[in-house]
Design a protein. Structure first.
Length: 155
């Protein structure tokens, strides 16, 4: 009988340990943090007022003249000007020469963050425009960031 009690206790402890949530700083968040009716055709004024709002300092950046082969990085800075936690689900570039890194943790109202974009000009030539699609729990759910460069071959 003591063995059964001991096994039950061990099982209960393992179950509790397995259900531990990650803190927000590590990218964990609760379902209640997401306030976006993504499938809604329209949202009410009340819903819109309570949603997160991502406000970028700029959505376009021009690297200018670039020598082919250079790797360039720019950080698009933003602020959550809404009333609930901002969660960026993904940020994807239009091609493999550009990568982006969004914050993993929710951005609380009034807080700032950045999405770091790296452009590899190795296989590029001439005027180049790349777009980064940012998906978040905002309305609308997608924002577009744009980088441009004029890539020239090494002389």
């Amino acid at each position: 009988m003591k063995k059964i009690g001991l096994y039950c206790l061990v099982f209960a402890l393992l179950c509790c340990a397995g259900c531990r949530q990650k803190p927000a700083e590590e990218g964990g968040f609760k379902v209640s943090d997401v306030h976006n009716p993504q499938t809604a055709n329209g949202i009410s004024d009340k819903e819109a007022k309570n949603m997160p709002v991502i406000t970028f300092e700029t959505t376009n950046y021009d690297f200018g003249e670039v020598v082919q082969g250079e790797k360039l990085t720019y950080a698009f800075k933003f602020k959550n000007t809404g009333k609930s936690n901002l969660i960026i689900y993904s940020s994807e570039a239009t091609c493999g020469c550009t990568t982006s890194t969004p914050p993993k943790a929710p951005i609380r109202p009034g807080e700032e963050g950045e999405i770091t974009v790296t452009f590899d000009s190795k296989s590029q030539n001439g005027k180049v425009t790349k777009r980064i699609l940012v998906a978040a729990n905002t309305y609308p759910t997608e924002n577009i960031l744009t980088i441009t460069a004029n890539v020239s071959k090494i002389k």
